[in-house]
Each structure stands twice: as C-alpha cells, then as structure tokens.
Design a protein around this ligand. Structure first.
Ligand SMILES: [Zn+2]
Length: 207
C-alpha cells in the first residue's frame, strides 16, 4: 500500500504552513484611514511579503490583486458616492519624469486633516513593478499623491530585489498612516512586530 502523502498543515488565519505561521506577529491597531492595497500578482504567495501581516493587523484594509485594473472597475472604486478622499502613496521621484505621468492632483491638505475621511491606496510590488502598475493604470496617475517624509531606514533585510531606501509595503503604509494621523507612537508596535517577522524569515532561510 502506498503511504498517503503528508499534507503540510496550513494555518487557517494567515494561510501559511503552520511551521512558518506569522499569526504571533499580528498586531491589531485601530486606524482611521481606509487602506486599499493593490498587490502585484508576483507578490501573491511570496513568503517574504509584508502585506499579509499588514492586512491581518489593520482591520480597515483590503487587498486587490492585479497589474492592470479594468478602467471601469477602478472608476467605480474611486467614485463611490460618499467615498472617502482617495490618495495614492507613491514617492516623488525624479526618475519618474521620463514616464510622462500625468501630474497628480494637488493634495488638499484640509481634507487630510480628518484621516477618517481618507482612503489610502498603496501599491505592493518591487519598485519596478509598482512603477509599472502606475504607468499601466491611468486612473491611478490622476490621484493626489502622498509621499513620505523623513522615514527611518528599512528593517527589511530579507528581499534582494529591494533597492536601497525602499521600504516594505508594511513599513511604508505605517509611516503614511503616522503622517496622516500625526501620531508616531501608535504604529510602533506593528513595526516592532514586523522586525520579529523579518527575523523569523531570516531563520528559515538559513535552514
Ligand atoms: Zn497563522
């Protein structure tokens, strides 16, 4: 008789193999702004990705997977009646000048004063892929863009494709929320948990 193949037990919460479950790092934080993460398909199932931990920690977050989003669906998403003020987290980079991006709408500082009226869109992909997503989705190019100020060095040591100065999606999102809510303390526990997650990944890599 053939032995039944052993199925690796999966954690039903984080959907990872139980031996590398990240649920211990989940750090729920009451955040005001809604969060929409547009995840590049290559990031799905990436064990080193930070979005799963982010999504499990922030209740008002949603993940959509894709590289090109149907214009109609995106329009509907951005123009829901009574919708929040939607902004895109994306750095101001001189290298993007060659992309011929539409100039983003001016950020209305007044509308940012109430983060509970804001929806923040974050692109999850390598730097190159995020750029491509912006390039391929004209509606995203039109959004007011928020760029981060004075961010500390990344704690993200586990991704080779990571360019210097680039933060993980989790870190970038936490810093953006800190900036919007003008509260530096609130997101520190999640950043600390993220360091623990990174440490755990490094241990698995050495095995
Ligand atoms: Zn788990």
């Amino acid at each position: 008789m053939q032995p039944t193949p052993v199925k690796r037990p999966t954690c039903l919460r984080c959907l990872r193999p139980q031996r590398s479950c990240i649920c211990g790092w989940i750090t729920p934080i009451e955040h005001a702004a809604d969060l929409l993460i547009l995840q590049h398909p290559l990031e799905v199932g990436n064990a080193k990705g930070s979005v799963r931990l982010l999504q499990l920690s922030l209740a008002r977050s949603e993940v959509l997977v894709g590289e090109v989003f149907a214009q109609q669906a995106m329009q509907a998403l951005l123009q829901t009646p009574g919708a929040r003020y939607t902004i895109l987290l994306y750095p101001d980079s001189p290298e993007d000048q060659g992309l011929n991006l539409a100039p983003p709408q001016q950020l209305e500082q007044a509308r940012l004063l109430d983060p509970s009226q804001v929806r923040l869109i974050v692109l999850d992909g390598t730097w190159r892929k995020s750029r491509k997503m912006l390039y391929l989705n004209p509606l995203l190019q039109q959004l007011p863009r928020l760029s981060l100020r004075d961010t500390p060095a990344s704690r993200y040591l586990i991704r080779k494709a990571h360019s210097p100065g680039q933060l993980s999606t989790l870190e970038a999102t936490c810093y953006a929320l800190m900036q919007l809510e003008q509260n530096e303390e609130k997101y520190q526990p999640l950043l600390t948990a993220f360091s623990g997650f990174v440490g755990q990944q490094l241990v698995y890599e050495k095995r």
